[in-house]
Write a protein of this length. Structure first.
Length: 53
């Protein structure tokens, strides 16, 4: 992320509570704006989120 090499992200959201967990991009000293370009939901509750720059 810091080297500006990411131009898309596909994130899957699982319907499970894990407790504390870790931040997805913790400690990044910059802001980068992504646009949601596609979504999909599955019968088991999983969501797919596709973001692009």
């Amino acid at each position: 992320m810091e080297a500006d090499l990411i131009d898309e992200m596909i994130i899957h959201v699982m319907p499970v509570v894990l407790g504390e967990g870790r931040p997805l991009f913790g400690g990044i000293p910059m802001e980068k704006v992504f646009r949601l370009t596609d979504t999909a939901s599955h019968p088991n509750g999983v969501l797919k989120l596709h973001y692009t720059v």
